[in-house]
Design a protein around this ligand. Sequence first.
Ligand code: FMN
Length: 177
Amino acid sequence: MTDPVLAAIRSRRVVRALTQEPVARATLEAILDAGRWAPTAGNRHLQQFVATDDPRTLRVLRMVSPGMIQRPTAAVVICTDRPAAADYGFPPDASGLFVDVGTAAATMMLAAHALGLGAGPVSSFSRAAAGVVLRLPPGWVPELIVCLGHPDPVQPAPMKAGRRLGWQDLTRWVPAE
Ligand SMILES: Cc1cc2nc3c(=O)[nH]c(=O)nc-3n(C[C@H](O)[C@H](O)[C@H](O)COP(=O)(O)O)c2cc1C
């Protein structure tokens, strides 16, 4: 695999063991900058990235996030600006709003990996509590936390370890071959 983008896509893994070394602010900014290049429905950019490298905020955020196994030294919380989405005419259940969270998260996790950091998404957290911890403006709904930090050399076993699916397992040709 010689193409660096394809190589990065293949080698990125969710990192759940992180060292206590802080994430440099410039690196965090580079990851946030990558996020803004992710495609969004209608090119609307209805997500807001709420970033923190504050140890106290991260500690409290972790307390309200059962799915946060790692102890991140930085995090980006991807929020949907619901009032802005409504203004644009998106119904609350518009799939594009959720897809946009995913494209931003995937792009930022790949950027983190390219910059030598470990990243892991967390969807299991209290939206209400996170909103308070992060002092979110009314109508900003936190959808996904991207945990960031320097990877520990020793990582826990991957969730649901087993055979990684091949693209053939995930693909159906039309017409059938
Ligand atoms: C929408 C979404 C939510 C996730 N939520 C969590 C979570 O709450 N906690 C966690 O440890 N991992 C979470 N993950 C990470 C997945 O478990 C992980 O991507 C999967 O185990 C595959 O790992 P890999 O990306 O290293 O191959 C989430 C992933 C996605 C896409």
